[in-house]
Design a protein around this ligand. Structure first.
Ligand SMILES: [Cu+2]
Length: 337
C-alpha cells in the first residue's frame, strides 16, 4: 500500500524531479558545485592515503636471511627524523585542507541563504504543520494575497523569498533542485530564497523528522514562465465561484453542514477553518494530503471516507458522511478550480 502511494504520487508529476545533483537555479547550483568540489578533493585524498597504505605491502621483503638476529629493530636516527618531518607536514596539510573546506562551505552557505539578491523578489510564507504545508503569497495589497497548500507556483527566472515557520514541531523545508534544507521552527521566521531557471515540477519534502507522518509531508514547487505564473496567480486570487448546478449546490451545502467547515477555508463561502489546508482552489492542485495521493475523484473520495487509513495519525477527523451526500460533495470539491 505504502509503495503504491509513493509511486502513484510520483507518477502525477510527469517530468518531475527531486535531486540535488541537477540544480535548477542559482542557490542549488552553488550547493551542487560545492558538493562536487568536496567529492573530487576528498576522492583524491582517499586515493593518496590508500596508496600510501598499500605501498608497504607491495614492497619486496628483504628476505629473512638479512634480518639482524640481534638488536631491537630500531630505525636509524636519520630515518626517525625523516619520518617525524613527513608526519608533521602531513598533519599541517590536513589542518590547512580542513580549514579550506570550512571556508568554502561557509562562504557558499552565506552566498546561497538569507534574503534574495534582488529586491523585486516574490515573498512566500511557508508554514509547516504536522503534516502539511500552508503557502501564503504575501503582498502589501491585502487583496492580492494568495493562500494555497502543499503546492506553490513560482515564475521562472525570478528569486522567491521564503519566510518559513512552523506551528508545532521543527520541520525542514527542502526542495533539493532549488535550495538546501532550512529548518522551520515554531515562533521563529527563517528566511531563504529559491530560484528556478527552467520550468518544471520540483518535489520537496520535510527533511526533519516531525512525527508519525513525516514521510508523507511533501510539497510541489511548480516553476512556470512568468505569463503562465501570472495566470495561475490571478486564478488563485479569485474566491470560489458559487456552484451553478443543483448537484454542486447540494455538495456545498454538505460541506457546510458537516464538520468540514470547522477545519477548512473555502474563500467566498462561510467556511473559514484554519486547522487544515485551504481548499478554495483544491481542484487545481496536483496532489492531496501533502503529496500522498494524486488529486483525482477516487482518491478524494478515499481520503474523505477514511483519512486515517491513508495517513495514520494525521489531524483530519474521520467524518461519517451519508452515502447520498458523498457524490455531491465530491462534485463540489472537484469544481474548486
Ligand atoms: Cu515535517
Amino acid at each position: 500500500m505504502k509503495r503504491v502511494l509513493l509511486l502513484s504520487s510520483l507518477a502525477v508529476a510527469g517530468r518531475a524531479q527531486q535531486t540535488a545533483m541537477d540544480p535548477a537555479g542559482a542557490p542549488a547550483r552553488s550547493i551542487a558545485h560545492l558538493g562536487l568540489f568536496f567529492l573530487a578533493l576528498l576522492t583524491a585524498i582517499y586515493i593518496v592515503v590508500i596508496t600510501f597504505a598499500l605501498l608497504p605491502l607491495m614492497r619486496r621483503h628483504r628476505g629473512i636471511d638479512q634480518e639482524p638476529l640481534e638488536g631491537n629493530h630500531r630505525p636509524s636516527d636519520a630515518t626517525e627524523t625523516r619520518m617525524a618531518k613527513r608526519i608533521g607536514l602531513a598533519t599541517v596539510a590536513t589542518i590547512l585542507i580542513l580549514f579550506g573546506l570550512i571556508t568554502v562551505s561557509v562562504s557558499t552557505s552565506k552566498a546561497t541563504s538569507g534574503s534574495p539578491p534582488r529586491p523585486d523578489s516574490l515573498v512566500v510564507e511557508i508554514t509547516a504543520t504536522q503534516w502539511w504545508w500552508s503557502v501564503r503569497y504575501a503582498n502589501n495589497d491585502a487583496s492580492r494575497i494568495v493562500m494555497a497548500a502543499n503546492e506553490m507556483h513560482i515564475p521562472v527566472g525570478r528569486p522567491v523569498m521564503i519566510r518559513g515557520t512552523s506551528t508545532d514541531v521543527i520541520h525542514s523545508f527542502w526542495v533539493p533542485n532549488l535550495q538546501g534544507k532550512r529548518d522551520l521552527i515554531p515562533s521563529r521566521t527563517n528566511i531563504d530564497w529559491i530560484q528556478a531557471d527552467r520550468p518544471g515540477r520540483y518535489r520537496g519534502q520535510c527533511a526533519e523528522f516531525c512525527g508519525l507522518q513525516h514521510a508523507h509531508m511533501a510539497l510541489w514547487v511548480v516553476a512556470e514562465p512568468p505569463d503562465r505564473f501570472e495566470e495561475w496567480y490571478s486564478r488563485q486570487l479569485q474566491p470560489a465561484a458559487d456552484p451553478a448546478d443543483p448537484v454542486r449546490q447540494r455538495g456545498q451545502q454538505v460541506f457546510m453542514d458537516y464538520a468540514c467547515v470547522l477545519c477548512h477555508t473555502i474563500q467566498g463561502t462561510q467556511a473559514a477553518g484554519q486547522v487544515g489546508p485551504d481548499l478554495t482552489h483544491l481542484a487545481s492542485r496536483l496532489t492531496i494530503a501533502a503529496g500522498t495521493l494524486p488529486n483525482n475523484k477516487g482518491n478524494l473520495a478515499g481520503w474523505i471516507t477514511d483519512p486515517q487509513s491513508i495517513k495514520p495519525g494525521n489531524h483530519m477527523a474521520t467524518v461519517p458522511i451519508r452515502p447520498e451526500d458523498m457524490q455531491p460533495l465530491l462534485e463540489y470539491l472537484e469544481s474548486l478550480q
